[in-house]
Design a protein around this ligand. Sequence first.
Ligand SMILES: Cc1cc2nc3c(=O)[nH]c(=O)nc-3n(C[C@H](O)[C@H](O)[C@H](O)COP(=O)(O)OP(=O)(O)OC[C@H]3O[C@@H](n4cnc5c(N)ncnc54)[C@H](O)[C@@H]3O)c2cc1C
Length: 408
Amino acid sequence: MPLPDQHFLPTRAAGLVHLRDFVPLAGQAYGARRNFDLGAGRHGENVSCLSPYIRHRLITETEVLEAVLARHSPKAADKFIQEVFWRTYWKGWLEMRPAVWQAYRAELGWQLDRLKTESGLRRVWQDACAGQTGIAPFDHWAKELAQTGYLHNHARMWFASIWVFTLGLPWTLGADFFMRHLLDGDPASNTLSWRWVAGLQTRGKAYVATASNIETYTEGRFSGVTGLADSAHIPEGPDNPAPIALPDFAPLADGPTALLVHSDDLALGDLTRAVPEPLGTAVLGDIGHRSPLEMSPHVQTFVDGAVQDTVTRWADKLGPVSRLTPEDVAEWAAALGARQVATLYAPVGPVADDLAAIDHALKANGIPLIRLRKPYDSRAWPHATNGFFRFKEKIPALLGAMRGFEVV
Ligand SMILES: Cc1cc2nc3c(=O)[nH]c(=O)nc-3n(C[C@H](O)[C@H](O)[C@H](O)COP(=O)(O)OP(=O)(O)OC[C@H]3O[C@@H](n4cnc5c(N)ncnc54)[C@H](O)[C@@H]3O)c2cc1C
């Protein structure tokens, strides 16, 4: 029976229902069927649809992996485990190359400026975003994304490939279109996947969608598609920068502490354990910075709900809760009499940019911002130095460290 993938209720309880229902499928069935896109309403038959929950850490990667390993052997669930670690790999890769995120934002700003003056480009972009290109599957996916906030991985690959190579649109505008609509829109997974399709991530290796592949993996829902580009014109771009070390932050000190909660990591256990009696908690919930353009209301509704669910579940550990904009945090912390503010680490992206600005303003009041990084991230990210193939070799050790057992 199809799982309710069209109903991404923004609560941890709803995410746990997705996880429970999916776990039996996470073994060999996932390996065999994960590439088939059966269309909205049927995705849950082949893939987990957990990405909006994992993205905001309503459910953590560790919880997902543990649930799957409680039911399947590492070998049987090999494919699924690898996909979860693709997320971890992308996060680590970007964390050690923040310049790639900054370059994406700069290039996006430039392409958005071009839209203001180049009417031909603007028309193609508008038609692509509205699903009015005349390429039936592409138009279908544009609308599915706007309506549901989700696309199957294979549809994301086909869509991005057609965007770049058939329509000739800049990849950054496509990445931004995804960021505005995906409930799981993620600075690392999204930016780097678009770069990968366009041939920038693994230099010279691009992904070219073909009509026969689309027909096979949509089980004939889209057959006889014509007019797709059959080769890749890879856009210009600089070489990937060398990885830099992950940033280190000061540890928590004793003394009156306030908490800061944000939508990049809503698994508050580490934070509330580290600071059992906070003076109060500031909550940042605005996601406007994910794109320079207007975000889909679906995404804001999901994030608002996820933040509200989290604050409600942890109410007895947070003290008085204030919803604030980043600009108000420093004054709030000073008024509370905080000697430090503690928050969960936000990886490279808009929330980390907000935290940097907050850090700066807090420092002016002599209050440090302490970022707590989860051990799962600290263990895995430094291995994202090369391609995924090298990273993958570390998965057994990372699983072992996570669970405290040897993986054979
Ligand atoms: C152009 C493009 C853009 C993408 N943008 C995003 C994005 O903004 N946010 C995002 O979370 N994923 C993104 N992905 C990766 C992937 O498509 C989604 O994570 C996946 O489709 C989510 O569906 P699921 O939860 O059913 O995945 P499942 O197949 O059930 O996988 C389980 C989990 O593993 C992770 N995962 C699976 N595949 C990938 C992958 N290829 N890369 C990274 N993580 C993966 C996700 O957290 C996912 O929830 C993108 C892929 C492409 C090709």
